[in-house]
Design a protein around this ligand. Sequence first.
Ligand code: F0G
Length: 464
Amino acid sequence: MRAPREPFRIKMVEPVRLTTRAEREEALARAGWNLFQVAARDVELDLLTDSGTGAMSQTQWAALMLGDESYAGSQSFERFRETVKDVLGFPFVVPAHQGRGAEGVFFGAVIDPGEIVPSNAHFDTTRAHIEIRGGVALDLPVPEALDPALDAPFKGNMDVERLVELLDGEDGDTVSIVMLTITNNAGGGQPVSLANIREVAAVTRERGKKLVLDIARFAENAWFVREREAGYGKTPLGEIVHEMMADADAVLMSAKKDAIANIGGFVAVGEDEEFFHRLQARGVVSEGFPTYGGLAGRDLEVIAVGLREVLEESYLRYRIQQVAYVGHLLVEAGASVVEPVGGHAVYVDAGATVPHIPAEQFPGWALACSLYLAGGVRGAEIGSVMAGRDPLTGENRHPPLELVRLAVPRRVYTSRQLEQAGDAMAATLADAESLGGFEMVEEAPVLRHFTAKLAPLDKRLTPA
Ligand code: F0G
């Protein structure tokens, strides 16, 4: 597989500081062996997230200058609202400072304690917003989603049978919202098919519930629908997007992903104007006046341009191929990855890649640290460290898969730079047996992965 050609030229450059292995060893030890605590200037290839890390286009930079910073009724808001309506089909929109701001506005208005919110898989912040309001965030992925080696086209789908069981069972009355996250980040960046969206929508609507989509990566999902779903091979991407949105009552968006903005988000709703006014009222309290919602006018301009650019054929083809290319390089280097490669990230199956490290010794964490030491590459563990402890027993939780996510920022790295991820993996696996596990030294009670300090069990690695 060859690297895809970049459909752009580089007009402005940001230097990358090249580091030596000795410098990285020192930086990582100083950071308590936690990549979240490593300074960005000590990272050469930063694949921690694709969120807010994209490069803006010349059109977005130009739009920035059109920002109307009026407190109320700014022209930038008008342009933003028109774009949301045009691209996504929703007439009513509440801007928010980022995706979780939109989640706060939305769930603040709809959730009752004890209410169950089913989804194909909730992202962590969505789950947190449901749980802090006393709700229950329930994941209902299709069974294929749990087999990392299985190559299936729509592993992001929801298990409709289990949804029906829930809705028609004794807890059915507690449900008012059914969610789909497209693409499914927690499940490997896997797409959801249009057929699944329609089926879920029908089941939801028949029972008088609302369907809500988390559309952070809607364009990437649309691309996969066109590539993989029968009958859509020639459908324009914009039409596929409209079909994806057609049955939803509301959408939640983090503009830091598929609006290629560095900040921003929104909630958009269809016909229900009364519901929209309730959301607006919530938004004013936490995000800001309804025509800026925690953002500057210039941010709204950037999002409006990004929502259209992200659906450009040449961009999206390159985007999906570049992520697939990273997956290909990692497999060539000997890693096992979640198949097929997702839209925004490659999820390395650390449990299968370094099987000699038991879950108790955090294999994903060990692999992520090694990629950093070998090549200055920063990824994120999604495994036993991130899973935290059981609140009742205090024991470490071990999820079914120990993963390392390498998320690719949009339009930021050339394919040559991304090859460093493959090289770092090859260097790690050339001597895989010598890679040891980790022990937990210090941790916070919640979201411990951000601040925890760990130590390698191989004491040769700890500077004297
Ligand atoms: N929904 C999904 C599917 C996400 O992936 C994220 C963020 C959010 C909501 C929250 O949006 O960050 O703008 O508040 N995902 C990032 C990631 C952080 O790295 O996957 P936010």
